[in-house]
Every structure is written in structure tokens, then in C-alpha cells.
Design a protein around this ligand. Structure first.
Ligand code: 0WD
Length: 304
């Protein structure tokens, strides 16, 4: 299923808690009986919550799937954009979701402080923070890890890992007790995924940061987790050499015999942001069709 900017996310718009209309078919959905495909149907797991979602670059971004899913569950969505290049797309999504969009470059402390001020002035608090940001120079996403430059490593670590610390620090006082923070990571953090290279090394740091932040903030009931997403075709992932082959291998070998989508990640993000997961913290939760659990792979025949 693909979703254009103008389309409803699942075809179901929550109207009230007792009745919803399937806007695709016009058919009524009976109370208490959500259709299997309509996970957003009138449940409102995030009603009243304010969610700051970083990392939307375009409609294919994982953060877009997360923002749409959270909005579908009643959250007020606050998006960020890194510069003019993506501002238009992000503002368009924010308008569609009835939320706001603020500039934020995580490599710039002043930008982070300005974001916190904007959120405080407009919303006064935050219940969910989604870190969906990474950057690695394209030349470091292929070849030998030992050719990575000092500057390339520092850049990757700053944007992809340290930024979770910086972002959390910037908004720490805005986070409500019991808030949920989540970061998006990848299996290449703990395993060797050829060409992922330094991206995997800094994802290992990101996952460690998740655990330490979970300890730091646990006394406020604030949870910090990572979602380890399977490969998804996005502007960032396509920078990894032979990325398309990764998709083919996963869909052939994963227990569920499929790849995952930003919508799949969004559903799990809703769970982690909701009160369904109030004792889940310091965890790395896989949304990868089970691929991470495979210890040996059958002969891989890409689906034709
Ligand atoms: O296969 C995949 N796509 C997977 C992605 C599998 C598992 C994990 N992930 C992770 C990525 O490593 C990243 O942490 O998910 C996160 C989101 O990535 P994405 O949705 O795949 O990629 P994309 O749509 O490109 O969004 C990442 C965005 C940047 O996009 P662009 O294309 O403009 O580089 O991260 C943002 C930016 O919007 N970003 C920044 N935001 C603030 N300040 C910065 C920055 N300095 N740098 C990048």
C-alpha cells in the first residue's frame, strides 16, 4: 500500500469513539470491531499527547510513517525540518496532520535550543520524542571500514548518535513524567552488514545511548527505546551500496517473507508512545519481519 500526501493513512478516519466511516468505501465500521487492516480505527491510544517527530525528509521517510500513525491515534504532531531543502515537504505534512513544523539541525546547539523554545511556547510540554535521524558520507557506505576518515566518522557519530543526547537535553524539561523517547536503529549495529560500515558502528553507539538515557530518565517514568527497523527504501538508505540487494535478501529469508514499511514502524512507534508500554524501556525492539532471529539462511532466491 502506498500513501500520497492527500490520502488518508488507512482509509479510516477516527470520527468519534463509537463510530467511524471508512472513507475509502464509505462503509460504516461497527463499534468495537476494528477491521483487521484499520489499526487506526477510533482507538485513540495517544489522545491528548504531544509528539515531536524528527527526521521527516519526504513521504517515504520512516518518520512520515510514524507521524501519520501517531496522528491517527490522536496525538498532536510536531515535526522538524533540517533546512530549506525539506522545509516545504515537512510543512505540507504538518498542515495535513494539523500540526506544526519547526526548523531543527541537530548538529547546531542554537537550533536545538530554538526548537525547545518553540515547542514550549506553543505546546508547553512533550509526551513523545522520536529521533529518526542519521547521516553518513556516501563514500563511507561502501568498501573497507578502515578507510573511513576521522572527519567522516565524527560526522556520522555526531548526527546519527550524539544527536539523541543533544535532542534529549534540549527538551528534557518539557518532557512529561511517563513520556516516551524512541530512536530508529538498524541490525548493522550488532552484526556485520557489508557496506553499512560506519553507519552500523554509530548505530551501536545510538543503542547504548538509548540504554543510558533510559537510566537517566527512568526516575521520571520516562522510557527510552530503539526500534530496529528492517531495510526500507528511503533517500538515506539508498546511499548504501547495493541497498536493493538487501531488500531482496530480507524478503526472501525473513520468517515473514516480506520487507517492512514506514507504516509498520509507525504501528510499533504508537505502541511505544502509548500507555500500553509503560514498563518497556532500555530496549531495542525489532520491526524487521523477524530477520534478526535467523541464524542460517536458506538459499536466497529474490522474489520475482
Ligand atoms: O532502511 C532504512 N531506511 C532504515 C533506516 C533501516 C533502519 C533504520 N533506519 C534509520 C536511519 O538510520 C535513520 O536513523 O531510520 C532513520 C530515518 O531514516 P530514513 O527514514 O530511512 O531516511 P530519510 O527519509 O532520509 O530521513 C533521515 C533524515 C534526513 O533526511 P535527508 O534525506 O534530508 O538526509 O534525517 C534528517 C534529515 O531530514 N537529518 C537531520 N535532521 C536534523 N539535523 C540532520 C540534521 N543535522 N541530518 C539528517
Amino acid at each position: 500500500m502506498s500513501f500520497g500526501w492527500g490520502q488518508s493513512y488507512t482509509g479510516i478516519r477516527p470520527l468519534d469513539r463509537s463510530l467511524a466511516i471508512n472513507v475509502r468505501t464509505g462503509g460504516l465500521v461497527r463499534e468495537g470491531i476494528p477491521k483487521p487492516e484499520s489499526f487506526l480505527y477510533g482507538v485513540g491510544l495517544l489522545d491528548g499527547k504531544i509528539a515531536l517527530v524528527t527526521g521527516v525528509a519526504n513521504r517515504w521517510s520512516i518518520a512520515t510513517g510514524i507521524a501519520r500513525a501517531m496522528h491517527g491515534h490522536g496525538a498532536t504532531i510536531v515535526l522538524t525540518y533540517q533546512g530549506d531543502r525539506v522545509q516545504g515537504e515537512v510543512e505540507k505534512l504538518a498542515a495535513e496532520l494539523g500540526g506544526a513544523a519547526f526548523p531543527c539541525d541537530v548538529s547546531d546547539d542554537a537550533s536545538l535550543a530554538a526548537l525547545a523554545t518553540s515547542v514550549r511556547e506553543k505546546y508547553g510540554k512533550l509526551d513523545t520524542l522520536v529521533h529518526s535521524i542519521a547521516f553518513v558520507n556516501k563514500e563511507d557506505l561502501q568498501g573497507k571500514v578502515y578507510t573511513t576518515s576521522r572527519a567522516g566518522f565524527a560526522l556520522a557519530a555526531d548526527i546519527s548518535a550524539f544527536s539523541l543526547i543533544a535532542l534529549t537535553n534540549a527538551v528534557a524539561e518539557l518532557l512529561s513524567d511517563g513520556a516516551s523517547i524512541m530512536a530508529i536503529t538498524y541490525f548493522g549495529s550488532t552484526t556485520i552488514v557489508p557496506n553499512y560500515n560506519v553507519a552500523g558502528i554509530v548505530k551501536a553507539a545510538l543503542e547504548s545511548i538509548v540504554r543510558y538515557l533510559a537510566y537517566d530518565l527512568g526516575d521520571r517514568g520516562i522510557r527510552v527505546n530503539a526500534i530496529s527497523a528492517g531495510p526500507i527504501s528511503t533517500a538515506s538508505s539508498r546511499q548504501v551500496r547495493d541497498f536493493k540487494k538487501m531488500l531482496d535478501k530480507v524478503s526472501a529469508a525473513a520468517p515473514l517473507r516480506r520487507n517492512v514499511t514506514p507504516e509498520d514502524v509507525g504501528k510499533t512507534a504508537v505502541y511505544l508512545a502509548s500507555d500500553l508500554s509503560t514498563t518497556i524501556t532500555a530496549d531495542v525492539h525489532f520491526v524487521d519481519a523477524g530477520y534478526h532471529a535467523m541464524g542460517m539462511y536458506p538459499e536466497v532466491v529474490p522474489a520475482g
